[in-house]
Design a protein around this ligand. Structure first.
Ligand SMILES: Nc1ncnc2c1ncn2[C@@H]1O[C@H](COP(=O)(O)OP(=O)(O)OP(=O)(O)O)[C@@H](O)[C@H]1O
Ligand SMILES: [Mg+2]
Length: 319
């Protein structure tokens, strides 16, 4: 049985300009013990999908199950399986950190949870803030508390909606160490959304990419990476590229990046650049990364650029 199952999930929002289809029939499963990444540009529908999973929002169509428990008809059981770190910072300003975690434990009917709370505080670098009022914490500290809060009831499925947005390097490392350890030693299932693609690349075994409410890619991270051109030629220039190169280049200020599969292609590109009289410096060749794949998939005109999420079963055709 999958840890999380999304079946044909749709969500429509009524807006002043008419219906907005935030999710258009999203289907995929996450198996128990997976570290799963959900990627997509702003507004793709990631938080909407997570809100439906967490029971904070109702799907317009389809079903979501957590370890077999439907998030609507069997809400309490489904919710108990989940630890959700929301994208928005929400907290009660009147309590200190330890009180906040005790109260959250109480919601799940857990008493005498201090040993685990201490472990959480320690693991998330909050030990010296246990007595601090929530109001006194910095943004990054509040986010740590949100993570601890999501984990107080030791949920088998951990859902993190951009947990590292606006968070310093040290906390990112602490957080990933902690969550990875839960994933490895406890077999916790992790669903992560992030805009830091190098994080997703390093952590996630499989990745789904959402675009305008549809799954446009769903693969093992290693397969996604091998789908990209294997290398990227990177250089700096103040000049305009010849049109044929400009068409395939990724340009950020002075920095130009071009897909190059092999040495011959690198030579061909540099020859084209020289021919066109374009002066370049800081030439570098790097391995293609998840960002290259992401941009590739997202620039595709439709979902057909990448393997689709599992399709609904087709009718058996009689021979
Ligand atoms: N409560 C709401 N009412 C109307 N539209 C909404 C509501 N919540 C989200 N939307 C719209 O649904 C779409 C998906 O939003 P969502 O927050 O799920 O995106 P996201 O993938 O999480 O983006 P981000 O990376 O910015 O967090 C967007 O077009 C958004 O404007
Ligand atoms: Mg979001």
């Amino acid at each position: 049985m999958p840890a999380v199952s999304f079946q044909n999930v749709s969500k429509n929002y009524a807006t002043p300009r008419g219906e907005l289809q935030a999710l258009k029939g999203v289907s995929f499963d996450i198996q128990a013990g997976e570290f799963f990444g959900l990627l997509g540009p702003n507004g793709a529908g990631k938080t909407t999908l997570i809100s439906i999973l967490a029971g904070l929002s109702r799907a317009s169509g389809g079903h979501v199950r957590v370890h077999g428990h439907d998030v609507v008809s069997d809400f309490a059981a489904a919710r108990r399986q989940l630890g959700v770190v929301p994208q928005e910072l929400v907290f009660d300003p009147f309590f200190n950190v330890r009180e906040t975690l005790r109260i959250q434990s109480g919601y799940f009917g857990i008493k005498g949870n201090d040993a685990w709370i201490d472990e959480l505080l320690e693991g998330l670098g909050l030990a010296d803030k246990a007595g601090a009022n929530m109001r006194q914490l910095s943004g990054g500290m509040k986010r740590r508390v949100l993570v601890a809060q999501a984990l107080v009831h030791k949920p088998p499925v951990i859902v993190l909606d951009e947990p590292t947005a606006g968070v310093d390097v040290e906390l990112r490392q602490t957080l990933w160490q902690f969550v990875s350890q839960l994933n490895k030693t406890q077999g916790s299932t992790v669903l992560l959304t992030t805009h830091y693609l190098e994080e997703a690349e390093a952590l996630c075994g499989r990745i789904a990419m959402l675009k305008k409410g549809e799954v446009v890619a769903l693969e093992k991270t290693s397969d996604l990476l091998s789908r990209a051109s294997s290398n990227v030629l990177r250089f700096k220039t103040d000049h305009n590229l010849p049109a044929d190169l400009a068409a395939v280049a990724r340009v950020t200020g002075r920095v130009v990046q071009l897909p190059a599969h092999n040495a011959a292609e690198v030579e061909r590109i540099l020859a084209r650049v020289r021919e066109a009289g374009v002066a370049v410096d800081d030439i570098e060749i790097r391995k293609a990364d998840l960002e290259d794949v992401f941009l590739d998939v997202m620039s595709g005109a439709s979902a057909t650029t990448a393997p689709m999420a599992p399709m609904p079963p087709t009718e058996e055709v009689a021979p």
